[in-house]
Design a protein around this ligand. Sequence first.
Ligand code: FES
Length: 101
Amino acid sequence: MGVDIGGKELVTYIPIVTTVGLAIYVTWQALRPKIGLVNPGIEKNEQKVVNSMDIEDIGDSIAFCRCWRSKKFPLCDGSHNAHNKKQGDNVGPICLKRKSA
Ligand code: FES
């Protein structure tokens, strides 16, 4: 009983197995849920998102986004409110404020 596959026959299956494996991999990559990613869409073509700003340009106060949903990233535009409501989350900006003299 059983299938007796010799070396020559086995070689003929390599393209089929490779094609099916590649198709499964590509499909899995396309359908893989993005759950777990902190950044859903900001500068995704970059390996790492880094922003810098001169302290002198900040003014008296500024709010930096920590939810990664702001259309004005790295600044907060209030998008965290919609995210929190939809996801049941509680994220918000980090606010810097200059002490008044
Ligand atoms: S929009 Fe991201 S923290 Fe406000």
